[in-house]
Design a binder for this molecule. Structure first.
Ligand SMILES: NC(=O)c1ccc[n+]([C@@H]2O[C@H](COP(=O)([O-])OP(=O)(O)OC[C@H]3O[C@@H](n4cnc5c(N)ncnc54)[C@H](O)[C@@H]3O)[C@@H](O)[C@H]2O)c1
Length: 363
């Protein structure tokens, strides 16, 4: 299937790389950016034709729009694509609000088109190995989970950091999708949440070479401490922070009746997984080896969506899952403001795991 990329900023590089070299289900046939020079740069490197976004949406040689714009534009570009008869796959978060996400999903259903959304890191080797282990009973019945992402934000390295501190940004909407999508794919949907939130700094000063000295006013919470209950009864806690200088807290731990899984960074695809049973490490080498995506494989979710469209079967990084994760992330913010327990209204089925033994480029 043919893909048109809208938004040729920081994250687009790895998509251009993987969609032109790894995932043969798709071909990139056009790109656009508000800043045309950014798209021209990709044209020089990958030979992909440059159009305006309006032109790209009308092209017959585009079946799927890959939306790599910043969060405030995700919903608008998705709707524009659907109204032009194109399937859409968006970077996270899926939308800025539940209403916007619902509009996108309703429009897609009316048009008979698919929606998909990053992150697709849950298709990576770490999380597919964990999925096989949990599903095969390696930790018994899952009981509890701990998740944490501690950093000091993005202004020390990101060339365009403003949006991370505006509505649609913050650590929960920025990094929460990796953690929560991974957890939902392993443990199923989340039923209720509680939280406390805070904003450590009213202003951020950039130190990346291209923005050094620039200040950004912070409009969102930058520290979240949350509690969650999954529909299957698992309880857990989560910390998402742009207000910490250093941390030795684990990324994710899942504890069950017969063992514990120590799970690596869900922003990455193929880091080491540790399974502990009765105080002893149990080898997971064979399981890890049976999974294809150990490298940065961003774009796998889109390629799987193309596979799903062509075969008429469900795809894994779906709009439905992204909508549930958005619902949960917004609920953490609301719980932080109100101090109450928020019941999550949406739900979703766990996506099918990858076939063990699938090769790179397969699902
Ligand atoms: N940077 C990362 O490491 C990273 C990682 C994963 C996901 N993401 C997600 O990817 C998205 C983009 O992040 P980024 O870091 O690449 O941001 P960025 O600001 O570097 O790039 C976004 C690009 O989209 C363009 N754009 C914005 N609105 C547009 C519109 N309406 N039409 C056409 N072009 C438009 C901008 O000009 C810019 O070039 C965000 O949602 C972010 O959360 C980023």
């Amino acid at each position: 299937m043919n893909v048109g990329i809208v938004g040729c900023g920081n994250i687009s590089e790895i998509y251009f790389e993987n969609l032109t070299k790894v995932f043969r289900q798709v071909k990139v046939t056009g790109c656009s950016d508000l800043d045309r020079e950014r798209a021209e740069e990709k044209n020089r490197k990958y030979g992909v034709p440059v159009y305006t976004t309006e032109e790209l949406m009308q092209r017959e040689d585009v079946d799927i729009i890959l939306n790599l714009t910043t969060p405030p534009y995700h919903g608008t570009i998705d709707k524009m694509a659907l109204n032009s008869g194109k399937h859409v796959y968006s970077e996270k978060p899926f939308a800025m609000s539940r209403e916007e996400a619902a509009e996108v999903q309703t429009l897609a259903a009316e048009k008979g088109l698919r929606t998909g959304c990053a992150p697709d890191t849950f298709l990576g080797s770490s999380f597919q190995a964990c999925r096989q282990l949990i599903d095969s009973g390696a930790i018994g019945r899952p009981l509890s989970v701990f998740a944490s992402m501690n950093s000091h934000g993005v202004e020390s390295w990101h060339p365009n950091p403003d949006f991370y501190y505006k509505p649609g940004g913050g650590p929960m909407l920025d990094m929460g999708p990796y953690y929560l999508t991974a957890l939902v794919s392993l443990l199923g949907p989340i039923q209720s949440v509680q939280a406390m939130t805070s904003t450590g700094y009213k202003e951020r000063t950039c130190s990346a070479p291209s923005t050094k000295g620039k200040t950004i006013s912070v409009e969102v919470p930058t520290h979240y401490q949350g509690l969650m209950r999954f529909e299957n009864g698992v309880t857990g806690s989560i910390v998402m922070s742009f207000d910490t200088w250093a941390s030795e807290m684990p990324r994710i731990e899942i504890h069950g009746t017969e063992g514990s899984l120590l799970v690596p960074d869900p922003n990455h695809f193929g880091e080491k997984v540790t399974l502990m049973k009765e105080g002893k490490k149990v080898s997971v080498k064979k399981v890890f080896k049976s999974t294809p995506y150990k490298m940065n494989s961003r774009g796998a979710g889109l390629a799987d969506m193309a596979r799903g469209i062509e075969s008429g079967t469900p795809h894994k990084a779906s709009g439905e899952m992204a909508m549930h994760v958005l619902d949960v992330m917004l609920a953490f913010g609301e719980a932080g403001e109100s101090g109450s327990v928020i019941e999550i209204k949406s739900t979703v089925e766990r996506p099918e795991p990858l076939n063990p033994g699938a090769k790179k480029g397969e699902f």
